[in-house]
Design a binder for this molecule. Structure first.
Ligand code: GLA
Length: 391
């Protein structure tokens, strides 16, 4: 997705800021950031009923389900044609969507699907334009639990709009229309907005019913892109909370393009950001290291903390960044990140992080308990992190 195509909408931000109102309903679902898996990052267009079933199986056998992963999300390219009544049917790779949902549900998991407010999706498949209620009803009838609604196909209309404000309104209307359709369909469905953070979606995502909204363009399996996205989230914390989350895109952990320290940074940043944890790898071929990283209970607990506060940057000092996330039990998750490719030593003054006297810290990746008085020096691997839970 070329984000630049839509950046001319940015002047509308000031207008939106004046009209934004606090979060309405929908808080009963996605009370904590959604966890699960999505097909796109690894499989792209090569998905099928069989692959989705295998992912559901692996989510259970790997222990991911028991660690909190629930949603099995089919991304773009499941769609077939509409029939004479306009009802959407899956393509031949998905012979029976209801049977697939039943299968996923039988494993104690939930099924997600993907569409666009435009006539076509990003991959050129059938979108929902003009069929919003029919599609919402069809999803509900199949037993769908999560919808990712990807702006893509509406780009041409947005570009033809007479002004940035008109384009913004068109986008808001499109997302509102599907929100209302889902509501009318009568099944609780997590509503995931995907429009790459345009028009500062965090200011109005809740108003159009979003339970989460992408804040950036697409991630890929390279450290540079992951860190660009992750560290760019500073300042967005106040827009997230139970039922409505910032979404810096899906995980790449296990896809092979980053080393173990870089994937730890990826996981650590995402949990401090209270980001949705949607694994984007092939769950049926995971190494024990990938499973351990995705299912680390202490790490997941930071993301899923019931307080629902997104963390933020406390300070940056050259390549070292220290981020903190407040947690329900009064402790804080602290991430000490090293963006330099070589290891660096950093002395952290815990007073600067709001801690006084002796503090107890759990190094959650290394599973070590530390007692710290005042300050402590850490050696952080290149592109790596030390992630602590501090009381
Ligand atoms: C966009 C989205 C991706 C993915 C693809 C599918 O690029 O941002 O996450 O859904 O479309 O075509």
């Amino acid at each position: 997705m070329n984000v630049r195509l839509l950046t001319w909408c940015a002047p509308a931000v000031a207008l939106i800021a004046l009209t934004a109102s606090p979060a309405p309903a929908a808080a009963q679902i996605a009370a904590t950031p959604p966890m699960g898996w999505n097909s796109w990052n690894h499989f792209h267009r090569n998905i099928s009923d069989q692959i989705v079933r295998a992912q559901a199986d692996a989510m259970v056998s790997s222990g991911m389900r028991d660690a909190g992963y629930v949603y099995v999300n089919i991304d773009d390219t499941w769609q077939g044609d509409r029939d004479a009544q306009g009802i959407i049917h899956p393509n031949s790779k998905f012979p029976d969507m209801k049977a697939l949902a039943d299968y996923v549900h039988s494993k104690g998991l939930k099924l997600g699907i993907y569409s666009s407010p435009g006539a076509k999706t990003c991959a050129g498949y059938e979108g929902s334009l003009g069929h919003e209620q029919q599609d919402a009803d069809t999803y509900a009838q199949w037993g769908i639990d999560y919808l990712k609604y990807d702006l893509c196909g509406l780009r041409t209309q947005l570009q033809a709009a007479p002004s940035p404000e008109a384009a913004h309104q068109m986008m808001v209307d499109a997302y509102t229309k599907m929100r209302d359709a889902l509501k009318k369909a009568g099944r609780p469905i997590v509503y995931s907005l995907c429009q790459y953070g345009n028009d500062a979606v965090w200011r109005w995502g809740t108003d159009v019913g979003g339970n989460l909204w992408r804040t950036t363009g697409d991630i890929n399996d390279h450290y540079n892109r992951m860190e660009e996205i992750g560290f760019s989230q500073a300042g967005l914390a106040r827009f997230a909370g139970p039922g409505h989350w910032n979404d810096p895109d899906m995980l790449e952990v296990g896809n092979g393009g980053m080393n173990a320290d870089e994937y730890r940074t990826h996981m650590s940043l995402w949990v401090i950001l209270a980001a949705p944890l949607l694994a984007g790898n092939d769950l049926s071929t995971m190494t024990p290291e990938t499973i351990a990283m995705l299912t680390n209970r202490d790490v997941i607990a930071i993301d899923q903390d019931r307080l629902g506060r997104q963390g933020d940057r406390v300070y940056a000092e050259g390549p070292i960044e220290v981020w903190a996330k407040p947690l329900a039990d009064g402790s804080k998750a602290i991430g000490i990140f090293n963006r330099h490719p070589r290891p660096m030593a950093e002395t952290v003054d815990f007073g600067r992080l709001g801690f006084h006297g002796t503090v107890h810290a759990r190094d959650v990746w290394d599973a070590k308990d530390l007692t710290i008085s005042g300050s402590q020096t850490f050696t952080i691997p290149g592109h790596g992190v030390v992630l602590l839970r501090v009381k």
